[in-house]
Design a protein around this ligand. Structure first.
Ligand code: ZN
Length: 329
């Protein structure tokens, strides 16, 4: 395969603190010989494990970029045994635009793996992570939130994996992150995900959903900061103790945890995030705004659990995920 067109302006093998860019040539109307400059930091000392910490895989999720930028400006090489690679805005064009997908090619980076060196801008970014950055890492954490269209109780997540020893490593890292909730996550669509790419390489992988609505809250940014620091301690890269916190374990046994709307209208949630719901209870009503006198469409839970995620905007369309139920273990 062709080499990646992306070059790093820093040397990942060099000790010390380096701030630079992943430089992706992009010729367009505004800059004939231009490049997309994706910020990257590398903090390294001596021999030890490598952690790859990322945010902005989706451009409208903010806890990851905020916590990673903060960490990048604070971390000193003397504190580190091994290496920390920080990319606060993976899909940088999307981060700049504040959108989930790239405004250049509409690419959803988290559905673009393994990517292509000769593909679209988003596919080129995916390919660089697939073939250059992921192979350097032992521990990978990709910080997500709900973005503009979803909101979640703050959770760190691991997946059910065929390799149970690897799954145990991922679960231990998820627990070290110490988010208020820890979720064994069933993906709706795992094909093309960064998660899947990292897991298929045998990496210890943690993802999160820390909030949403296209903003970040004081509490959720604090959870992200604590979680990333805890992961570095857990990996043996930073000295100290993991800062423990109460975490409710959640499971998603099957697809009935997802409630999908079959109609379009105004969304009225019957309960809020974190509240308990029983099988058969109304989770949400969708009201037609086209006339008065019509009964709302009621959406009911198909399992017992808590409301772990919800559609965020007030308007909802057929096919949108209305709610995600997490089952406390
Ligand atoms: Zn996301």
């Amino acid at each position: 395969m062709k080499p990646s067109p992306i070059t790093a302006t820093i040397d990942f093998e060099k000790d010390g603190v380096q701030h630079g860019f992943l430089k992706l040539p992009h010729s367009h109307d505004g800059s004939a010989w231009g490049s997309i400059m994706i910020p990257v930091a590398c903090i390294k000392q001596g021999v030890g494990p490598t952690a790859l910490l990322t945010g902005g895989n989706h451009g409208d999720e903010y806890e990851g970029p905020l916590a990673i930028l903060d960490l990048a400006s604070r971390l000193k090489a003397e504190e580190v045994s091994g290496r920390v690679i920080l990319v606060p805005g993976m899909n940088y064009p999307a981060v700049k635009a504040g959108t989930r997908t790239s405004p250049i090619d509409r690419g959803n980076l988290n559905r673009s793996f393994p990517g292509r060196p000769d593909g679209s801008v988003t596919e080129k970014i995916a390919d660089y992570f697939q073939r250059v950055l992921l192979p350097l890492a032992d521990l990978v954490c990709d910080v997500h939130s709900g973005g503009k269209t979803l909101d979640f109780v703050p959770f760190a997540a691991a997946h059910i994996l065929p390799d149970k020893a690897q799954q145990a490593r991922c679960v231990a890292a998820m627990e070290a992150f110490a988010a208020p909730y820890s979720m064994m996550l069933l993906e709706i669509d795992a094909v093309g995900m960064y998660d899947t790419a990292a897991e298929e390489m045998g990496k210890t992988f943690v993802s999160t959903e820390l909030g949403g609505g296209g903003t970040a809250r004081a509490a959720t940014v604090a959870i992200a900061r604590r979680g990333l620091k805890n992961l570095l301690v857990h990996a043996g890269i930073l000295e100290g103790e993991v800062e423990a916190a109460q975490s409710v374990k959640l499971d998603m046994p099957d697809g009935s945890c997802y409630i999908t709307s079959e109609v379009t209208g105004l969304l009225e949630m019957a309960l809020d995030l974190g509240e308990v719901v029983r099988k058969g209870e109304v989770v949400a009503r969708i009201r037609s705004f086209e006339r008065t006198g019509a009964a709302p469409v009621e959406l009911r839970a198909e399992c017992d659990g808590i409301l772990a995620g919800r559609h965020f905007p007030g308007l909802i369309s057929a096919g949108d995920t209305v709610a995600v139920i997490g089952v406390p273990v």
